[in-house]
Design a protein around this ligand. Structure first.
Ligand SMILES: [Zn+2]
Length: 479
């Protein structure tokens, strides 16, 4: 532990200039956030002309009907236009908020409310909560017209929207209520641990964040998701039997198997799993069940269980710990830095003893780290795409992965075509979701957590060929 703290202290000495140098932090933040926004615009402009192509990529020609392909191109074009306008609009709003001192104003308003409630400025945690609430509310208002447009015009036009205005409003109210119910205790505990641990806060806060992440794994399916969707046990029948058999063969600790009414809001479809290591839940969208055959849904689940088999969620959690560690390790230099807060229009007396939450917001949430976060995002997408390939490969090779007993042999032979079934399911998913088929490589590297359909189909085919070769070679050895 001492070694860790010595290293962290050395890092802080290197960053000591932050506390004294009169750097124009506001200009720095404006330049970088605009840099990121303009780069994203450039990516959209690279991607946009691809929506005018008249034919699908050669690998997909046989799978898309011409009218389905044209529909997906029109949907992609509309979405790209929307992203272009909404992205620049959001950046203008954020930029104006930074320029005109929103952060300092929100802290002042938080202080005024604290005072009205009869508490003094020594109640920093209360004022911090109010500060965040004000920021979130004020930041939310300008996005409302765009959210409405996206749901009721864009998605509606292409036949995906199933949300009613009542449900739309209820969702917003619930989200805010939930955000407050979870966010306020979280923030209060975070700030308390921070104060309590003093200079040695890094390991303590990491332990706190990790236990929060783990408790969300339990709370999300049991408390949070049922507020928005209805999860009902998947009906008895072919699909249920297939998935249960698959879970048993892989020794996947399946506790509950749910169907979710995703169609309540949208016709986009999906499937996923979650839970603690010894008790997992699988959730399948009703839309997926409706659109695909049971053996294809089974293949989608085989892919999902590939993520579990290769410990992808655990690996992602470990990576997020490194990410959190980096942020926390860099943070103290910015905590005791009056010039930083001064350049964001905070009055002298606040800047002299910067409140933790304010320094943290300025430092992390959208500001100083924005260039670093953009790079982290690209790296995470790269890792995520690698995981997707691994899971696809797993589904392809499922037959060999499951334990082969004498009497299971016949059933496992039935798994031989899992790769083909997955291909068919992916094509159906893409066609029904009108997913983009032509993708610019740089746009994809930055935005996509999944490989494109063409890439996945090609890889699935390659896995199949490899498998055929392997089993051919294996056969010879036996002879
Ligand atoms: Zn996946």
């Amino acid at each position: 532990m001492d070694l860790l703290h010595n290293q962290l202290a050395a890092l802080q000495r290197r960053l000591a200039f932050v506390a004294v140098d009169p750097i124009n932090w506001k200009l720095y933040v404006q330049s970088f956030t605009w840099g990121v926004a303009l780069f994203e615009t450039y990516l959209l402009l690279r991607q946009y002309p691809l929506y005018s192509k008249k034919e699908p990529p050669p690998a997909l020609v046989g799978h898309f009907k011409q009218d389905e392909f044209e529909k997906s191109q029109r949907y992609g074009k509309d979405k790209a236009r929307f992203s272009l306008v909404s992205g620049l609009y959001k950046q203008c709003v954020d930029s104006a908020m930074i320029q005109f001192g929103l952060y300092a104003w929100a802290w002042k308003v938080g202080g005024q409310i604290t005072g009205k409630l009869g508490y003094g400025p020594e109640y920093e945690i209360l004022q911090s909560n109010l500060f965040v609430a004000v920021l979130i509310l004020v930041g939310y208002i300008p996005t409302i017209p765009f959210n409405i447009y996206q749901t009721f015009v864009l998605e509606e036009k292409h036949g995906f929207n199933k949300t009613t205005p009542q449900l739309f409003v209820a969702d917003i109210v619930k989200s805010f209520g939930l955000g407050f119910a979870i966010g306020a205790p979280f923030l209060s505990a975070f700030l308390w641990v921070f104060k309590w641990a003093g200079d040695r806060f890094v390991p303590w806060l990491m332990a706190f964040m990790l236990s929060f992440q783990l408790s969300m794994v339990i709370l999300y399916p049991t408390v949070i998701q049922p507020l928005f969707n209805k999860l009902s046990p998947l009906a008895e029948g072919e699909l249920r039997t297939r998935i249960e058999a698959l879970a048993t063969k892989l020794k996947f600790p399946l506790k509950h198997l749910y169907e979710i009414d995703g169609s309540k809001r949208s016709s986009h479809s999906n499937a996923y799993f979650f839970g603690l290591p010894w008790s997992k839940h699988i959730v399948i969208f009703d839309t997926l069940i409706k659109e695909s055959k049971p053996e294809e849904v089974e293949a989608v689940l085989a892919h999902e269980l590939g993520h579990w088999y290769h410990l992808h969620p655990t690996k992602l959690l470990a990576i997020s710990q490194i990410h959190i560690f980096t942020i926390l390790a860099l943070f103290p230099a910015f905590l005791h830095a009056p010039p930083l807060l001064r350049s964001f229009d905070f009055p002298k007396e606040v800047a002299a003893r910067p409140p933790t939450i304010v320094a943290f917001f300025v430092f992390q949430v959208q500001m100083l780290l924005s260039p670093l976060e953009a790079l982290v995002n690209i790296a995470m997408n790269f890792i995520s795409r690698k995981f997707e390939w691994e899971a696809d490969r797993f589904a392809c090779e499922l037959q060999e992965k499951v334990a082969v007993g004498e009497k299971e042999e016949k059933e496992n032979a039935e798994m031989a075509d899992m790769g083909e079934r997955l291909s068919r399911a992916l094509i159906t998913l893409h066609v029904k979701n009108l997913s983009t088929v032509w993708v610019d490589w740089l746009y994809s590297a930055y935005h996509h957590s999944h490989p494109t359909l063409t890439e996945r189909l090609k890889a699935l085919e390659a896995f199949q060929v490899q498998k055929a070769k392997k089993s051919g070679a294996g056969g010879k050895k036996e002879l």
